[in-house]
Design a protein around this ligand. Structure first.
Ligand code: 5GP
Ligand code: ZN
Length: 114
């Protein structure tokens, strides 16, 4: 059994509100949402941080981003706007070391982030 929280969610060993999955990507609601839409999109492949992504992962990263845009469109937040974020390591506040793309939207989001 994996020690990684998100690998365990991907394997359905830990419950999560999964909103999309295919053979490469799983998307689920963040347990502590910061906006009306706050999803996490993860690759099934365990990659700890964006810095660990290899050249062969480039298409997978693009797939995550394109899937986030597709979900935003489905939810009707494409025109109003949304944010996609990878937090990497301490200063960005990364707490789970399985790469995840935050998709936030449904309200006005401040910039710059804190
Ligand atoms: P990070 O700070 O690493 O960029 O984001 C980790 C995110 O995972 C946080 O927004 C946090 O709320 C979310 N999270 C942590 N544990 C769980 C969990 O068990 N289930 C779900 N659905 N989200 C989680
Ligand atoms: Zn993992």
């Amino acid at each position: 059994m994996s020690a990684c929280l998100f690998c365990r969610i991907i394997a359905h060993e830990i419950p999560a509100s999964i909103v999309y999955e295919d053979d490469e990507v799983v998307a689920f609601n963040d347990i502590n949402p910061q906006a009306p839409t706050h999803l996490l999109l993860v690759p099934r492949k365990h990659i700890p941080t964006l810095s660990d992504a290899e050249p062969g992962d480039a298409e997978l990263l693009g797939t995550l981003l394109r899937r986030a845009a597709a979900i935003a469109k489905e939810r009707g937040i494409e025109a109003s706007g949304f944010r996609t974020v990878f937090n990497t390591n301490r200063d960005a506040g990364q707490t789970v070391f399985h790469i995840h793309l935050h998709l936030l939207g449904g309200r006005s989001l401040a910039w710059p982030p804190g």
